[in-house]
Design a protein around this ligand. Sequence first.
Ligand SMILES: O=C(CO)COP(=O)(O)O
Length: 120
Amino acid sequence: MTRLALIAHDEKKPDLIEFVHEHEQRLTGCELIGTGTTGKRINEETGLEVERMESGPLGGDMMIGAEVAKGELDGVIFLRDPLRAQPHEPDITALLRICDVHDTPLATNLASAACLIECV
Ligand SMILES: O=C(CO)COP(=O)(O)O
């Protein structure tokens, strides 16, 4: 089964929730993990179930990075907020890097997320 990570910064969470609603049929067939608050909101606001890691600033991005490093994720959808600095920027950079190291599909905006879920 396809295993995907779903992550969004606060300003992008509404976009991700809408994306999940739009693509619910496709995502129902996937195993989903996410950072803490993102996962909580998807669990509460959509019909899908996300396994929750820690919140991003508390290490959640690194936990997802570890899954990538273990080869246990088929793709990462990470709607970053490009207009605000994050306190855990080094963790975010590390997650993006480890996706490149392992050639794991990574989408950081809605258009690329739509492409990603069609091909993983
Ligand atoms: O900060 C995040 C990703 O860098 C997301 O974390 P939350 O889903 O806990 O808000």
